[in-house]
Write a protein that binds this ligand. Sequence first.
Ligand SMILES: Cc1cc2nc3c(=O)[nH]c(=O)nc-3n(C[C@H](O)[C@H](O)[C@H](O)COP(=O)(O)O)c2cc1C
Length: 210
Amino acid sequence: MSIYVIGVTGASGAPYAERLLAALLRAGHSVKLVISAAGERVMAIESGLELRGSLHEKERQWKAFLDIPSGTGELELLANDNYAASIASGSYRTQGMVIVPCSMGTLGRIANGVSSSLIERAADVMLKERRHLILVPREMPLSRIHLRNMLAVTEAGGEVLPAMPGFYHRPQSVDDLVNMVVGRILDRLGLENALMKQWRGEAKPVELDE
Ligand SMILES: Cc1cc2nc3c(=O)[nH]c(=O)nc-3n(C[C@H](O)[C@H](O)[C@H](O)COP(=O)(O)O)c2cc1C
């Protein structure tokens, strides 16, 4: 099984993080999870997950929140100021990193090589080691600075996958919209998933009996 790094920052979109973590763990992968202070704040507002206490206690709260059956992948929560963590070094092999949701602040710092937190350092490692780095920003409208930073990350080998669900599958619920974005993230990591149906062309019109 593979190891993935997941960063959660202070943009809107906590349900995307929750769904991606659950999908990776249920598939048996190991996850190194880091959440920024603003990410914790937005998680509490949007998902009701109020992280409290030591790192160890917060890890337990995440596991209970995700409600993953035992025997699945391992979740390890790392502190965002722990520059001595495994994922701060390129010598520690992982299959890639997703920052979901990704604030424009974090995206801008990564685009400019500023590693002022473990999330940003781990992202910098992904770029230098030529591993998957997927940033899932959410902002509207986008300023010139945001657009320039997204281009810089893309030119450095990262992928910008904005939280922009489509409507061509006729979503019936918020869950469907979340699944569409998370399904695309898993696709980009090369992981099979049933969260999003592939588009196989427009359905043929139904022939009516005469
Ligand atoms: C409820 C809430 C929603 C927010 N939504 C966004 C957002 O969608 N996009 C964004 O870039 N920042 C958003 N922010 C602002 C970021 O949290 C803020 O810029 C923060 O400094 C980001 O820090 P981080 O990158 O370390 O997580 C939001 C903040 C709050 C409290």
